[in-house]
Design a protein around this ligand. Structure first.
Ligand SMILES: [Fe+2]
Length: 303
């Protein structure tokens, strides 16, 4: 019997601006472009993913917030209209997606075996959040693969960053075990920004790039420190400093997506590929890939 595995993981941030700027048919508002460095970063990620054989996308989203425990989409087909509550002017997206329910149920069981609070979301009318949709759209605009979406629980907020991270480490492990057991070749997406201090007003034309910059230098310095650790394959060290980064950079990593991804990948020691870095309404965002076939080949060549 073939064993499943995670073939690639990516930090795949979800500012709605990036989908708005691409003008796909599913999104109602029209734009004149903007945020090209990040969008070109996603283009390069997609080129590398096209060389990688995978059959399901798993995404952990900060905007599917669940009060108790970790929830998983478990309806075979979901469709509807998803609107960003903060930026309804930029994101009103008609979604239509398939869900890998068998894999979702396997993660549910593996999570429970690790004493995690787990739930399956079985409401066929469920409106999928914009974090899930945007990361999946930008990684795979064809939507030709089923997904499994994972919610963000409130442990970081109710207890501490350290406790939240500990749960994400176990959820990542459970995710990996379920993928292996079901024989899937999986792509994992952590749908989050890095530094997350943002402007409180929007320019008249959202895509006016003369107005875009990181909110302040301290946030930039934190982002660069974190990205450098990714580039050097020092992901265990990254996990060690992540609680402080989360606090001081007001980072969206507080929802657990990045910790879940690194744990699921079993803390990769090969250098990550940084496809792009840029700010969106002042937040820091990086598109970063850990593609097993490329990363491990690079390490072998450098020996
Ligand atoms: Fe967000």
């Amino acid at each position: 019997m073939s064993t499943g595995r995670i073939v690639a993981g990516a930090l795949a941030p979800h500012p709605p601006h990036l989908v708005y700027a691409e003008n796909p048919p599913q999104n109602e508002p029209r734009s004149e472009g903007g945020w090209e460095v990040l969008r070109w970063g996603y283009e390069r990620l997609r080129k590398d993913l096209a060389k990688t054989d995978y059959d399901v996308i798993l995404v952990h989203s900060p905007h599917w917030k669940t009060r108790t425990g970790n929830h998983l989409l478990a309806v075979p087909q979901l469709s509807g209209l998803s609107v960003d509550p903060i930026f309804p002017n930029l994101f009103r997206y008609t979604f239509d997606m398939k869900v890998d329910v068998e894999l979702a149920k396997a993660i549910h069981a593996e999570g429970q075996a690790r004493k995690l609070e787990m739930s399956l979301m079985e409401n066929p009318e469920f409106r999928v959040d914009y974090g899930t949709i945007i990361s999946c759209h930008l990684a795979n605009p064809a939507w030709d693969k089923p997904i499994v979406a994972v919610s963000s629980n409130s442990t970081y907020f109710d207890f501490s960053n350290e406790m939240g991270q500990d749960e994400m480490a176990r959820l990542g492990e459970a995710t990996r075990a379920a993928i292996e057991q079901t024989g899937r070749k999986a792509l994992l997406l952590a749908s989050c920004s890095l530094s997350h201090r943002h402007f409180t007003t929007e320019s008249e034309l959202p895509e006016d790039m003369s107005k875009e910059h990181i909110t302040h230098h301290g946030q930039y310095l934190w982002d660069m420190r974190v990205i450098e650790l990714m580039k050097q394959g020092r992901t265990r060290e990254l996990m060690d400093i992540l609680p402080d980064f989360t606090e001081q950079a007001i980072s969206e990593t507080k929802d657990g997506s990045l910790a879940w991804l690194l744990a699921a990948l079993d803390y990769p020691s090969f250098p990550a590929e940084v496809y792009g870095y840029g700010s969106v309404i002042g937040t820091g965002n990086a598109v970063v890939g850990w593609i097993q076939s490329i990363g491990t080949a690079n390490v072998a060549n450098s020996r």
